[in-house]
Every structure is written in structure tokens, then in C-alpha cells.
Ligand binder design. Structure first.
Ligand code: GLU
Length: 236
């Protein structure tokens, strides 16, 4: 196990992401990382080892200004625990970042397809295919690209995704891996586990397999696997 967290709102994202990851530490991990969007830029820091290493590296998040982001603690399944294999993984354009818990079973075929199309891989992870697939399908509609990429994946995944072209939006996708949305006021969250959310909100929405959530500071919209919007109730 391991964890993912996401934030969009008025506050600085990085300290909230680091705090959320700290609350997920009990799940076990070998590396950690965060990506924050601010001023049209994507800033990423990741590192092998304890979360404290990442906190120190980022001056408790102060080095990554911005109001939305994603975070990850990794339990390596594909590729050794090192800085390069740590998440987030970033697309070649530098615009899209992904965190992933789980295993992509068909990553070898996807990797070969992407290599043939000219994508370069930096890591040994199964996860990296996801970010390149999203970029391959991206033609201006961030959500559609993520939906299309997800439809190609076989395996288990909880994903958090950001794109510099969508500076108010964080996407979360779930398939056979836990993911919970936290509903705030002027801010919204997601995490693998409710323990990462309790400091911020008690209103939560449980994502089901195949669902995608689009979070902005003031809204949460969930879509089914065909892209149709669905209404879900928050529970306390
Ligand atoms: N399979 C991915 C990797 O090895 C994600 C592992 C995880 O769930 O942290 O990087």
C-alpha cells in the first residue's frame, strides 16, 4: 500500500499535500513526491526515502508555490525505489503530471506502442505509460484525454492528474484502488484514505470503480466510464 492526495483551493497546496501524505505514512512507502501548479508552471519534487527528506528538500513546501497539486507515497512494484522512479511522473511537454497507486498490467504493450510513436521513457515504472498516453490523447480537453487514456489501462489504479492548461482543475480516477473525495468550502481534496482528509473536512464522496472526478475550488463533478456526468451524495 501507499497513498495519493490532491488539493485545489485558495490555500498553498504544497503544505497541505505534505500533511496529507504524512497522515498516510502508516500505509508504508519507499519514496514520496509532489507536483504543484502555480503561475502557469508545474513544479515537481520527489525523492527516495522518508517524507521528511521531501519536506526538507522543499522547505516544507515553500519552494512549490501554487493553489493546486497532487502528492504520492510510493510502494515500488515496477522499478527500484529511487528518485527517478518516484512519482509524480511528468509528460514530455512538461504540462501534465500523474501520481498512481496500483499496477498497470498491460504497461509493456503500451510502452512499446508509445516508444514506436516517439515517446521517451525516463523511469522503469509501469506508471509512466499513463502520462504519455494522456499527452498523446490531449487535444485541448484535459478530461477527455484522461478518459481516453484510462480506457486503455488494464489493472488497478488510483490516479491524481494535473495539467498546466487547466490551472483550476485536478482530476482523480479510480479502478480497483481506493480513492475518496473531500468536499470543502472554496476548496476540495482527494486521498486514498479518509485519515488524510479529516483535518480539513468530514464531508466525503466515495468514488467507485471506473469513475473520474473533476475537482475545482468550488465544484466536484463525477463522471462514469463513458463520460456521462453522475450525481453523487457526500456522506459524513
Ligand atoms: N506501480 C507503480 C510503481 O511501481 C505504483 C506503485 C504504488 O502503488 O505506489 O511505481
Amino acid at each position: 500500500m501507499c497513498g495519493i492526495v490532491g488539493y485545489v483551493g485558495q490555500q498553498e497546496a504544497a503544505p497541505i499535500l505534505l500533511d496529507g501524505l504524512r497522515r498516510l505514512e502508516y500505509r508504508g512507502y519507499d519514496s514520496a513526491g509532489i507536483a504543484v501548479c502555480g503561475d502557469g508552471q508545474l513544479r515537481v519534487k520527489k525523492s527516495r526515502g522518508r517524507l521528511q527528506v521531501l519536506s526538507d528538500l522543499t522547505h516544507d513546501g515553500a519552494d512549490l508555490p501554487g493553489h493546486l497539486g497532487i502528492g504520492h507515497t510510493r510502494w515500488a512494484t515496477h522499478g527500484e525505489p529511487n528518485d527517478i522512479n518516484a512519482h509524480p511522473h511528468v509528460s514530455q511537454s512538461g504540462r501534465i503530471a500523474v501520481v498512481h497507486n496500483g499496477i498497470i498490467e498491460n504497461y509493456m504493450e503500451l510502452r512499446e506502442e508509445l516508444l514506436r510513436k516517439g515517446y521517451r521513457f525516463e523511469s522503469e515504472t509501469d506508471t509512466e505509460v499513463i502520462v504519455h498516453l494522456i499527452e498523446m490523447y490531449y487535444a485541448g480537453d484535459f478530461r477527455k484525454a484522461v478518459m481516453k487514456a484510462s480506457s486503455r489501462l488494464v489493472g488497478s489504479y488510483a490516479l491524481g492528474i494535473v495539467c498546466t492548461d487547466a490551472p483550476d482543475t485536478v482530476l482523480a480516477v479510480r479502478e480497483a484502488s481506493p480513492l475518496i473525495l473531500g468536499v470543502g468550502i472554496g476548496e476540495n481534496f482527494f486521498a486514498s484514505d479518509v485519515t488524510a482528509l479529516v483535518a480539513h473536512t468530514r464531508n466525503v464522496i466515495y468514488l467507485e470503480d471506473g469513475e473520474l472526478a473533476e475537482l475545482t475550488p468550488d465544484s466536484i463533478q463525477v463522471y462514469d466510464c463513458s463520460g456521462h456526468p453522475i450525481t453523487k451524495k457526500a456522506s459524513r
